[in-house]
Design a protein around this ligand. Sequence first.
Ligand code: FES
Length: 524
Amino acid sequence: MRVTGTGHASMRIDTAAGSILCDPWVNPAYFASWFPFPDNSLLDWETLGDVDYLYVSHLHRDHFDAAHLKRFVSKKATVLLPAFPTSEMEDELRELGFTKFLKAPNEEVVELDGGLKVMIQALTSPTDGPIGDSSLWVEHDGVRLLNQNDARPTDLSTFAELGHVHAHMLQFSGAIWYPMVYELPQAAKTAFGKQKRDRQFDRTWRYIDDLKADHVFPIAGPPCFLDDELWQLNDIHGDEGNIFPDQSVFQREYAKVGGTNGVVLLPGSVAELTTGACETSHPVPVKEFFANKAVHLAEMRDRKRGVIEAEKASWRHPEIDVLKEMKRRIEPLLEESIYLAKGVGGPVRFDLVGYDGESVESIVVDFPGKQVRSYADEKVRYRFRTERALVEHLLHTGEVDWVNSLFLSCRFSAARIGQYNEFVYAFFKCLSEERLQYAEGWYDEHERTSDAEDITLGDWVVQRRCPHLKADLTRFGIVEGDQLTCQLHGWRFDLASGRCLTSVGHKIRARRADAQAPAGEILG
Ligand code: FES
């Protein structure tokens, strides 16, 4: 099996029974904020795109690059489609000209021509990617590969059960706006960023340890930020709170926990995988490349300046009355929303900065009042500040997912009173009837399903499944004193009260191990 690195989370897998191109991403994403690094735009995409199968893990725009798919990927390719709850990915791919789809039943091995086997695990909670993320398992001629990319399954047993895995590709770096956009003192941001960076690595080690593959490939990031306004987000300034460590940092950190089997692929690197070995060749020496990262980034910034400027020029739509249009788009959804609206629980304020960089229009999405209106000098718990032009563009294009467009762009600042509230983001990810209904149904189902199984962790008996996204706490739960941390996303719980310390709601069931034990047991 041959794996060619094609940048970020993208790779081409070649076997004697056919080739699979995964997640090809080249054009900037999220308001021209994210670019793949190292630059992959000069690869021979005509040849790389001439494949038998296409796999796109999810609709995040650093995985689903519509312009690139349209231009470079053969429409004769069969799309390996994850079993997502909505048909958005298939619809978008059909629009780009793809006609052959293999809808992979969730977690079932499918045998393709020539003995090539694939299995896709689709994750479908409203907080997984833009409603849906997935991983691809591939086997040919005894060689097995798991392309986990940035999916976060609760565990990897589904894949491990299919036999020893030789190559494990997974995310290790950040892909979010936290904590950089928060209006906090720099020292607090650095401290939060450092915690986040550590948690990302801890999660990665856990997954690696779960699967125990022969070779581990750090992929799916980090992106690079080439706009001058975002340049400080690149991990080249010695900021220990930067959440975007690169592959060379991965190798260094991995070595500290005893990891010796990390393999870094640059765009154009080739790994020849067998059941006993992994031989790699690179277009340029990997260590040297990352040692000169700042220089490569600066050169890339010069090359891409025109692309960024062209994108920026397309964002303004002064003809749009933002308040009126937000009302028209969002109020019917507020009306239908039960769980998400209740979860948000208060008004969310958007401060929109005009083209002059100074004037500000404040709009409130009032969840309890079920309306969108002008800000009325009230107290709000959540506030976002961004350029009006960006919201005009979202409204102009009918974007249904403001999280995976505006928020991932990092072109905003945010303030909140109290904890992170996942419902705010779940709602702004679901600005369509189809998505909202799905998310509401999902929460409805999960509210009703109480998880009855308990486990003992240290001095505590706690429910087995994490109240966030049901991670198995026998594997992900760490108890220190009276606090439990679930390492999957790092959420913390106060065990004495059950209160979630990370996000609103999400109470955990917990009691001291000796508190309710039958009297006979204690005495006997
Ligand atoms: S499943 Fe997300 S923190 Fe536990």
